[in-house]
Design a protein around this ligand. Structure first.
Ligand code: SF4
Length: 331
């Protein structure tokens, strides 16, 4: 049975998404097992909502987000935007659909063409989609600059002349240019100084409130996730193990892995005792994931059944934001 942690009227609906990497077969060499980077992930994102994907490095959160945009081609599953199946679109149809589906990258410098001025970088998507005459495009670029907090004269500068935070603002302006419905934010503040992170996160939240954009937000910094998210999905070794609205997940996590992850978040009040729990061992290889519950090799609550049976992602409580979903035999 495929279960899915859904919202009422999803903008984006992902079902049973898989991305398995197979290595090319060499003559006389034994075939290597595929790397199961993402293995049967289902979730949805509502209009104007922020759903965060969290988990350790290598859990599959970035691969999941890039698969939604088909920057990584999924091996199987379904990705629907406003009901339209994206995985069956031709390359040209997908290019046109990307108007509604944009991305902000982790490293703003690497994602900006160093030979173009900032104004040209932001105008490029408008030109590619034939939006407006040159004067209208200039006007739109000016509006985008002011909306992300860049001065109009910055349009003449090149990416290397900006600070890290300004470059990420430029990346956000470019992502906004076509008025998208959903933006994938791939660790958008993790390369920035802490002092700048809050400014960029608040900018993203202001833009969402003003323009109604949905975000699929990939991050490992749980303090940032707590600030920006409406709902959070926790991933472990290619599976979603828990989904809930932000407040429920942070105040009453159910999955043992989520509990351990959250115990590492600094407590702002020094009088509140920290109850740090440590994850035992390294994550297993996604080329050879453990049987049953993939977390059983590191779970402090594991029992015999955990090695045998895969726990379904099942709804534990209902709420207007989709309910609390967990994949654990004992929670
Ligand atoms: Fe731990 Fe078992 Fe629950 Fe998996 S199913 S999280 S191993 S208790």
């Amino acid at each position: 049975m495929t279960t899915t942690a859904e919202t009422a009227a999803p903008l984006l609906q992902v079902r049973n998404l898989r991305k398995h990497y197979t290595s090319p077969k060499r003559w006389l060499a034994k075939a290597k097992p595929p790397i199961q980077a993402v293995d049967g992930v289902s979730f949805s994102v509502a209009r104007g909502e922020t759903l965060s994907l969290v988990g350790e490095s290598g859990c599959g959160k970035t691969t999941t987000a890039k698969s939604v945009l088909r920057l990584v081609e999924p091996s199987a599953g379904s990705v629907r935007l406003e009901g339209e199946e994206l995985l069956s679109l031709s390359a040209e149809e997908m290019r046109l659909r990307r108007r509604d589906l944009q991305i902000i990258f982790q490293d703003p410098y690497a994602s900006l063409n160093p030979r173009l001025t900032a104004g040209d970088i932001v105008a490029e998507p408008l030109r590619n989609f034939g939006m407006g005459a040159a004067a209208e495009r200039r006007e739109r670029v000016q509006w985008l600059f002011s909306r992300v907090g860049l001065r109009p004269e910055a349009a003449k500068k090149f990416p290397h002349e900006f600070s890290g935070g300004q470059r990420q603002r430029l990346g956000i302006a470019r992502a906004l240019a076509l008025n998208p419905k959903l933006i994938v934010c791939d660790e958008p503040v993790s390369a920035l100084d802490v002092s700048v992170q809050a400014q960029v996160v608040n900018l993203l939240m202001d833009l969402q409130a003003e323009l109604g954009i949905a975000y699929l937000f990939v991050a490992h910094d749980l303090a940032v996730v707590r600030h920006i998210s409406h709902r959070v999905a926790v991933m472990y070794l290619g599976h979603i193990v828990e989904v809930a609205d932000r407040d429920t997940l942070f105040s009453a996590p159910l999955h043992p892995y989520t509990e351990i992850l959250l115990s590492a978040v600094p407590v702002p009040n020094p009088r509140t005792p920290a109850r740090r729990m440590l994850l035992q061992g390294d994550p297993p290889s996604p080329a050879n994931p453990p049987s049953g519950c993939r977390f059983h090799t590191r779970c402090p609550m594991a029992q015999a059944v955990c090695k045998e049976q895969v726990p379904e992602l099942g709804k534990r409580t209902s709420s207007s934001s989709g309910g609390h979903w967990v994949a654990c035999h004992f929670r």
